[in-house]
Structures are given as C-alpha cells and as structure tokens.
Design a protein around this ligand. Structure first.
Ligand code: CDT
Length: 328
C-alpha cells in the first residue's frame, strides 16, 4: 500500500476588509491542526489570502494591487510584497506539503495561481495558473449587492499548461514512489480537457481549490427568480458531480478545498470540501461553512484498478476520433 494522510483545508468567510494578518493566523492554525493529525498534504482554496475579489468591480489600482503577490519568477516561491511568508515557513517547520491559491503579479501580467510547496524543503514543486477564467470583463452592474465575476478583467488565462509533477516530498510515505500530482483551480474542474491532460500523465492526486458562489443568477443566466436555497443546492450538486465524475474517469484521487461562508455578509460561497477516491466516492467532506480541516488516509494503490483496466488510456482510447477536441 501507498498510504498518505491528506486534507482539504476549508477556509470560511473572508471579508474585503479582513486584515491579511487575521487570514494568515487562521491558515497557520489549519496547518498546525493538519500536522497534529499526521497530515502530509493540505490543499487550500483559490485566492486564499484575500476575499474573492473578482466579485467586485475595483477601479482603484491601489486597492486592486493589494490582492496580488508580486512575483518575478514563474517557478519561484512567493517572496515579495506581503506577509504570506509566515504561512509557508510554518508549513515547512511542521513538514506539511501545501497547495495554496493566490493572485500572482509577475510585473508583466496577473494570474489566478496555485503553488504546491514541499513541506520537507520549502521549495515550490509546481506552479499552476488557472486556464478557464469564468465570468465577464465588464461588471453586470455596480449595485454593491450584485455578485460579479470579473476574472476575465483581472487575470490573464493561465499559460503554464496542465503539467503533472512528482511530489518527491511524499516519496517515503508513498511506498518509495513519489505520487504524481496535478493542479486545477475552481472553474477548471468543470472542464473535462484539463482532467484528461492530467489523466494522460498518470496523475494520482488532483488538488483543486475553489470559490464557488452559491447565489449569482446574473452569472448563471436561466431562471432569475431562482430561490437562494435552490441556487445553493444546484451549485453543490454541480460541484460534486464534476469532481466525482472526473476523478472516476481519470482514476485519481481528488482533494477539493472551498473558500466558503458569506463574504461581507452579502456574497455566499458553497462549502463542499471533499476528498474523492478514484472510483468517484466521497471519502470525507466538510460539515460546516467555516474553517475546517477535512482529513482522510488514502491509498494510492487504489488508482491501479481504473488505470490498468476500465480507464486504461493507452489501451482503450481512440485518438483518431478525437481531432475535434483541439480544433477552434
Ligand atoms: N472562482 C470560480 O471559478 N468560480 C466559478 C463560478 C461559477 S461559474 C458557474 C466556478 O466555476 O465555480
């Protein structure tokens, strides 16, 4: 067996005015809880250090820049601009691998990014920039109660592709063979293409943080009189549907981590942080909308059945029929 204890580190409400120091203290507490429970990998949400700012129209560049970490290396650690180093230092002290999402500013472009950092060395083992940016460039309206989705305004589409990597930091835990890991960010999980790119690289653990609004009829379209309860139910249903289905058809575990709760007392986000196995079953899930560590011990050997039989991609795919997938 290749058993590893992993966690989804769900993070509850973070308001536009919440000081970063407060957020960091909460994140550090989650890492400490993870270490206490013997967790070796903790996956944090998308844009974890701040509120989910793309829901706001922010014309003031001075404010907008505060939601980003300034980084000039495409693979290097988060080094400048803010105080997030304390989080990575603590994870390293405790020996916990972390994936965490944040707004990345390279000086030339801004991206919705997640890094995977080794708990053994503090090195960034991989960086991923969100490929599928949902929403619009212009706000639906300027009503402060409207949940906008301005990722296309604030970010460039990710340009690093879907590159799997070996989490060498987890080699010993994984029976001497480092787990193959993939990264997605929020809306990416709804698109089969990214999952398949990772499936083809033999990924065993998919890490995916998200901010999924629980009520935004202007974003979704359709019935504008939908109740809050129904919208929440639908958002949870689709989240689980895509994660469970894609984990199954690509024979991999998936750790999904929510930024949840009601931001600014106005903008609800679904929880639903989960650990899903390669047969598509939920093995652990969050029970609150607040900060919560969702823990499970997983055995990577469970990927083998799917990878070698039902979804043996080398054996059963018919690539000569798939040309349309890469046409405009
Ligand atoms: N952050 C993010 O990508 N959110 C989108 C909003 C909903 S689009 C139906 C998501 O896919 O969860």
């Amino acid at each position: 067996p290749r058993r590893i204890k992993v966690a989804a580190a769900q993070v509850g409400a973070v308001h536009r005015t919440t000081p970063r120091g407060d957020v960091l203290a909460r994140l550090i507490k989650l890492v400490e809880q993870a270490a206490e429970q013997g967790v070796k990998l903790a996956v944090f949400p998308e844009t974890t250090f701040t509120t989910f700012f793309p829901r706001y129209y922010i014309p003031d560049e001075t404010e907008l820049s505060t939601y980003f970490e300034l980084e000039t290396s495409s693979t290097g650690p988060i080094t400048r601009g803010t105080n997030v180093k304390a989080f990575f230092d603590r994870a390293r002290e405790l020996g916990v691998d972390v994936q965490i999402g944040y707004g990345e500013d390279t000086g030339e472009g801004r991206y919705n990014t997640a890094v995977y950092v080794s708990g053994k060395t503090g090195e960034v083992l991989n960086k991923y920039r969100k490929v599928h940016l949902p929403g619009t460039t212009e706000p639906f309206d300027l009503d402060p109660t409207t949940t906008n989705q301005l990722e296309k305004r604030y970010f460039l589409p990710g340009n690093l592709g879907f590159n799997a990597f070996r989490a060498v930091s987890l080699k010993a835990e994984a029976g001497g063979s480092s787990p193959i890991v993939g990264q997605l960010i929020c809306n990416d999980r709804r698109w089969a293409e990214g999952w398949r790119c990772y499936g083809l690289q033999g990924v065993e653990i998919m890490c995916c943080g998200y901010n999924t609004t629980a009520y935004a009829p202007k974003l979704w379209g359709g019935d504008q009189s939908i109740t809050r309860e129904k919208a929440y139910e639908e958002a949870m249903f689709h989240h689980k549907l895509v994660v469970q289905a894609h984990a199954y058809t690509n024979s991999m575990f998936c750790i999904t981590s929510a930024r949840s709760g009601v931001d600014d007392d106005l903008h609800p986000l679904i929880p639903g942080s989960m650990i899903v196995d390669p047969e598509g079953h939920i093995v652990a899930e969050s029970t609150t909308e607040g900060d919560e560590l969702v823990v499970a011990e997983i055995d990577l050997d469970e990927c083998l059945q799917g990878k070698e039989r039902t979804f043996n991609l080398g054996k059963h795919r018919r690539v000569e029929m798939y040309g349309r997938l890469v046409q405009e």
